[in-house]
Design a binder for this molecule. Sequence first.
Ligand SMILES: [Zn+2]
Length: 171
Amino acid sequence: MSALILSYRSLVLICILLYLRCILRYKFVFEIQARRNYATYNYTKLHNQIFSYKEMSSNIQVTRICQFCRGEFTARTTVTKYCSHRCASMAYKARHRGTKVETSNAETVQTLSAPVIELQTKDFLTVAEVCRLLNVSRWTLARAIKDERLKAVRLGKRIVIKRSDVDRLFN
Ligand SMILES: [Zn+2]
């Protein structure tokens, strides 16, 4: 009789153990499944975001005029300036050349005007210097001296003209 009770008790115990194991397993499986679902959900969400972004950027199609070759082209943004890499680099080169030419021209003007500025500070000038200062020919200056409109002093082989006399011409 006691052996029967023992076996009955052990049977109940085994049943309880199996039940617990079953619950634990179910919980475990459920948890794994939930995690997997969550991961899949996140992945899908991310994928959709990337996909929609890609679609968004590639869906914009704007017809624009190339600023270099003046040709029509389809751009993907509203601020694209050039139709191709070639046009972009050609435009850059042209722009660069433009600034170089400007710098060169500025240098030339400065070099040309430098002597004139220098002459304006001198008290006594030669014929050539007065010609350059007034931007007149040697003959015009010679006529002015001959007509005594401009005073000139001969010192040996040189003719010296006073700067203040040149200024007086315009008074
Ligand atoms: Zn172009």
